[in-house]
Ligand binder design. Sequence first.
Ligand SMILES: Cc1cc2nc3c(=O)[nH]c(=O)nc-3n(C[C@H](O)[C@H](O)[C@H](O)COP(=O)(O)OP(=O)(O)OC[C@H]3O[C@@H](n4cnc5c(N)ncnc54)[C@H](O)[C@@H]3O)c2cc1C
Length: 371
Amino acid sequence: MNLASFDVLVVGAGIAGSSLVLQLRALRPDITIAVIDKAEFPREKVCGCCLNHRAIHALESLPGFAGYVPTGHPLEAFKFFTSGAPAVSVTLPRSIAISRGLLDNALLFAIRRTNVQSFAGTQALRTWTDNDLRYIEVRRGGRTETLSASLVIACDGLGGPFARWAGLAKPVSAPRKIGASVILESGAFSRLQDRAISMFHGREGYAGIVRLEDRRWNVAACLRVDRLDGRSPTNALRELLKTHGIELPAETQVSVTPPLHRKVRRPWKNRLLLAGDAAGYHEPFTGEGMAWALEAAGALAPLAACGWSIRMARMWEKTWRRQQGKRTVLRSLAAVLDHERLTQAVAQVAHILPAAPNLTVRELNRTSRHV
Ligand SMILES: Cc1cc2nc3c(=O)[nH]c(=O)nc-3n(C[C@H](O)[C@H](O)[C@H](O)COP(=O)(O)OP(=O)(O)OC[C@H]3O[C@@H](n4cnc5c(N)ncnc54)[C@H](O)[C@@H]3O)c2cc1C
């Protein structure tokens, strides 16, 4: 059954999808727009929950959202701990920690105040296209229906299926890393610095801990699959933190992500564009992931406002390549963290020359770096 047809249909109401919808609606009040997400909201998702200065700036600039940016827990420092080297402390420009349950729901709430149609609990199952429209079969409330649109924008995240369905990304055959996270009650880590991202590095990978807006703690980790050694992700994280004297409560169970890898050939196919993590994943450290998703949506909205054409898709590809190219600092840092000795050496240098990491973080937060 054909449920409805739209000018633009956005799949995924995460950071990229929701911010794109708000901007597109402001640019084109005259077109029909819909957004679907497989989750019911509010929902948590695996994330470190840190918003850096650039992300906060981008959220505050979103049409229809400025007065609704939820209050997070302020973050002032990034503390990095690895065994065999002194702790490194970096001052953070304006940053906050905020649960994805609160943030993503606030964005969806802002969308629902516009005349965009939003369908939560609606999972895309497959997609196909003819000359005029792209179709998406969805499952909603136990029923299967078909939606169609002149332009579909897939903001379906790291493990989202659209890039694979369109033949733009290959399935990951041997995952190297996975993400994991859990939110714990307020008493769990009271000896950690309250307004800091505390990051612990070890053999299994690394884990960041922050306080959230409601005083609970968010623990998020990037775990190396080849170092799990038959342990569950929860137990690998437990042992990683234990080497730093941090105990996870006995009942802890983490949620995990698909492999932390997404490389696409190009971010479009006939009447389909990819944005956010769906179009490429890079490991974030101090809140860059959501800033990238917001910046991608900010650059894509004026292009999508013109409607589908190959010329528009190629312009998006050009912008996307430029944005991907700006992530070299973070890619290098992720590569360093894969090697324990190298990480220790870099931590030693950063301890002696604290200006270097401070400058790097300041540079990563410069709002003029927006594309
Ligand atoms: C361990 C870890 C820690 C991180 N820490 C941070 C951090 O501290 N700060 C930061 O800025 N970034 C962090 N990130 C990165 C950040 O989470 C992402 O970059 C950001 O969420 C990307 O936004 P997005 O909108 O592209 O995707 P998402 O936020 O993942 O949204 C995708 C949406 O698509 C929906 N979806 C997927 N498939 C379908 C389907 N078939 N049908 C319908 N809907 C679908 C999902 O339900 C989801 O709501 C972290 C990531 C990981 C893995």
